[in-house]
Design a protein around this ligand. Structure first.
Ligand code: FMN
Length: 303
């Protein structure tokens, strides 16, 4: 029997499949389509200290082999996530969930994590220092090793739960950022967030997205993700949550061979809302095809 279990920072997942933050809401929306308890876990929508309305529309543009988004961290704010979203999730999901948090200052990251820390069903914090779609925060923390280490150290002080720092691909040297997070006390890193991109409407002669630029994700970015996961795996000892363009069981195996312990699925959820369930169902036969009995044994297998 194929063993799909993996261990992510001390917590065993039934399989390595994790819907990526921003593409799976707070989970209960997808529970209307299938039993989301089949998932390894999922990462909920990026949560900030204050509620955020997000960016003006249009916020999405389709591209060949991917999509641009500039949602701008729309969320109801941490207090409403605790009082309204998590209780709805609890009714349909009985596994530890990954809490994705974002901020515009170190204080905001710390306070958001501190307030969420008391929620028993939160298994991991995924600290997003890489959002390209907000101004004055997000990605600026993820493009400097010093800032990345500072955020990591600050959130480390307010939680004993595993902290996974989500890295930006919009840097020349992702390895130095990953090492800084490890030095700051991170239990893991997740990569990659979206690549900064842009499209222009040739009839209007204006950017399609109201924010002008957006984050590019989907199948086209997979080779960038594989390269960065591979490089970071060689440089740090902490586990990697890999993502970027994955949409099949074969893609999951590819990212794991590069060095990922678990794999998040993002844009594909918007193409096929059953994508994660389908990948989980396909995994055992694909593992058999490639002679894999125990999925956790292939982590970093390409090195
Ligand atoms: C519509 C949309 C919203 C997103 N929102 C968030 C977010 O709130 N927080 C975050 O860390 N990443 C966010 N992301 C990035 C994804 O979690 C993921 O890192 C990225 O899309 C790459 O994976 P993919 O190619 O499988 O989509 C968002 C992506 C999309 C497409």
């Amino acid at each position: 029997m194929a063993n799909t279990k993996v261990n992510l920072c001390g917590i065993t997942l039934d399989n390595p499949i994790i819907p990526a933050s921003g593409t799976f809401g707070f989970g209960y929306e997808f529970a209307e389509l299938y039993d989301i308890n089949v998932l390894g876990t999922f990462s909920f929508k990026g949560t900030t200290l204050e509620p955020r309305f997000g960016n003006p529309t249009p916020r999405i543009a389709e591209c060949a082999s991917g999509m641009l988004n500039a949602v701008g961290l729309q969320n109801p704010g941490v207090d409403k996530v605790i009082s309204e979203e998590l209780p709805k999730l609890r009714r349909v999901f009985n596994k530890p969930v990954m809490a994705n948090v974002s901020g515009f200052s170190i204080h905001e990251y710390v306070e958001t994590v501190r307030r969420l820390d008391g929620e028993g069903d939160i298994g991991w914090f995924e600290v997003n220092i890489s959002c390209p779609n907000v101004h004055g925060g997000g990605m600026s923390f993820g493009t400097s090793p010093e800032m990345a280490e500072q955020v990591t150290r600050a959130v480390r002080k307010v939680t004993d739960k595993p902290i996974i720092i989500k890295l930006s691909p919009n840097v020349t040297d992702i390895v130095s950022i990953a090492k800084a997070c490890e030095a700051g006390g991170a239990d893991g890193v997740s990569l990659i967030n979206t690549l900064l991109g842009m499209r222009i409407d040739i009839k209007r002669r204006r950017p399609i997205i109201a924010n002008k630029t957006g984050g590019f994700s989907g199948p086209a970015i997979k080779p960038v993700a594989v390269r960065m996961i591979y490089q970071v795996y060689e440089a740090v000892k902490i586990p990697i949550v890999g993502m970027g363009g994955a949409r099949s069981a074969e893609d999951v195996i590819e990212l794991m061979l590069a060095g990922a312990t678990a794999v998040e699925i993002g844009a594909e959820n918007l193409v096929n809302p059953y994508a994660c369930r389908d990948i989980i169902e396909a995994l055992p036969s694909v593992m058999e095809k490639y002679g894999i009995n125990n999925l956790s044994e292939i982590i970093g297998g390409a090195h």
